[in-house]
Write a protein that binds this ligand. Structure first.
Ligand code: PGA
Length: 252
């Protein structure tokens, strides 16, 4: 049985007090959903410590949205994986399309970030996905395959056991346009096949999340698909009620 995960990517939203209030609300409502669903919240760096405090004693877990490619030293403005781990993070989102697109993150950088994550006991949530042009040209399979081969294929078998993949078509992120459940299943199954070509049976255990305008009204249909193991949620994660309602999608 693969882990079921609903992870909230808060992006650059909420001030510390708002983040704490949101986390408290998620904790308060978490009981409405089966314990079999794992909830993760990923606030901005600046309030990881306060949100960690708010999550204490609950089963809601903490993640960061990024980490540095280097361990420590003269890298002004960067935040090391060891620092976020020390604040209680269990997960780190890596390779989000916004990082690839706006901050020029390449597979080379991401390989280093993955190493830092594992060296500090973090589970990466590694994002892949094509943009609209690539989808329209029918290149979405090739794009996802390359993003996996160039980074995930460098992991050891041990590291691979501690990996979450998020498939996020760029054209669906923050646009209100969601992939259909069939489109999601098609590419999730393909991604699992690519993973299996390198890691064999272990690919069956790797959670693959869908991300891109996932909301309470479409979560159940998408999560019902065999190879969809949950969601990476942006906008809808900023309202505790919606975030939890997405988790209920597994129970529908
Ligand atoms: P969205 O973002 O749910 O707002 O589309 C998802 C993501 O980028 O992780």
């Amino acid at each position: 049985m693969r882990k079921k995960i609903v992870a909230g990517n808060w992006k650059m939203n909420t001030l510390p007090a708002e983040g704490v209030a949101l986390a408290q609300e998620v904790v308060a409502k978490r009981g409405e959903v089966c314990e079999c669903v794992n909830f993760i919240v990923c606030p901005p760096f600046t309030h990881l410590a306060q949100v960690a405090e708010a999550l204490k004693g609950s089963t809601v877990e903490l993640g960061a949205q990024n980490c540095a490619a280097e361990a420590k030293g003269a890298y002004t403005g960067e935040v090391a994986a060891s620092m976020i781990a020390a604040l209680g993070c269990k997960y780190v989102i890596l390779g989000h399309s916004e990082r690839r697109q706006y901050y020029g993150e390449t597979s080379e950088t991401l390989n280093k970030k993955m190493e830092q994550a594992y060296a500090n006991g973090l589970t990466p949530i590694y994002c892949v996905g094509e943009n609209l042009e690539e989808r329209e040209a029918g290149n979405h399979f090739a794009v996802c395959k390359a993003q996996i081969e160039e980074v995930v294929f460098n992991l050891t078998e041990e590291q691979f056991k501690n990996l979450v993949i998020a498939y996020e078509p760029v054209w669906a992120i923050g646009t209100g346009k969601t992939a259909t459940a069939e489109q999601a299943q098609e590419i999730h199954a393909y991604i699992r096949e690519v993973l299996a070509s390198k890691f064999g049976a272990a690919a069956q255990e790797c959670p693959i999340l869908y991300g891109g305008s996932c909301k309470p009204s479409n979560a159940a249909e998408i999560f019902a698909k065999e190879d969809v193991d949950g969601g990476l949620i942006g906008g809808a994660a900023l309202k505790a009620e919606d975030f939890i309602a997405i988790g209920k999608g597994f129970m529908a």
